[in-house]
Design a protein around this ligand. Structure first.
Ligand code: DQA
Length: 148
């Protein structure tokens, strides 16, 4: 059966491409999503994408993912650093979550060093630009027993 993966992006990631390109790169979110879709098509995975600037929308999506998806790839953006509500939503579901960041959050401002979601996700990939998402998708593929 085709594996289903939900790719969730938080606030300001809709601005990728023009947002602080020296930190986040020049690819738009649509371009990153297209790269992920290419990988998924070759690997027999089905992707759904959601970007929201609103904490509640992300929480609703996480809750609704339970039982529907095999994995979630999540860039919670700034919510990473303080949203106990997103952390609790992740802890409440049984879908494994991979946390991704374009930038290396540990090499930036002190307030970005802490991820309140890190303790409740499977693991974190941080600092590889758009490749952070592709690395996460590759891990999903391997964890789901993929075989290209
Ligand atoms: C980010 C890092 C966060 O600190 C920041 O608030 C973002 C993007 C990243 O992908 O590098 O919006 O999650």
């Amino acid at each position: 059966m085709t594996k289903k993966i939900l790719v969730l992006n938080g606030p300001n990631l809709n601005l990728l491409g023009k947002r602080e390109p020296q930190i986040y790169g020049t690819l738009t979110l649509e371009m990153i999503n297209a790269q992920m879709r290419d990988f998924a098509d070759l690997s027999g995975m089905e992707l759904d994408f959601l970007q929201s600037n609103h904490e509640g929308k992300l929480i609703d999506a996480i809750q609704e993912a339970d039982g529907k998806y095999d994995f979630i790839i999540l860039n919670a953006a700034a919510f990473t650093h303080y949203s106990i509500a997103i952390r609790d939503a992740i802890a409440a579901i049984s879908v494994p979550v991979i946390e991704v960041h374009l930038s290396n959050i540990h090499a930036r401002d002190d307030f970005r060093h802490q991820s309140v979601i890190a303790p409740v996700v499977m693991g974190q990939i941080s600092g590889f630009g758009a490749e952070s998402y592709l690395a996460a998708l590759n891990i999903v593929y391997l964890k789901l027993g993929g075989n290209r």
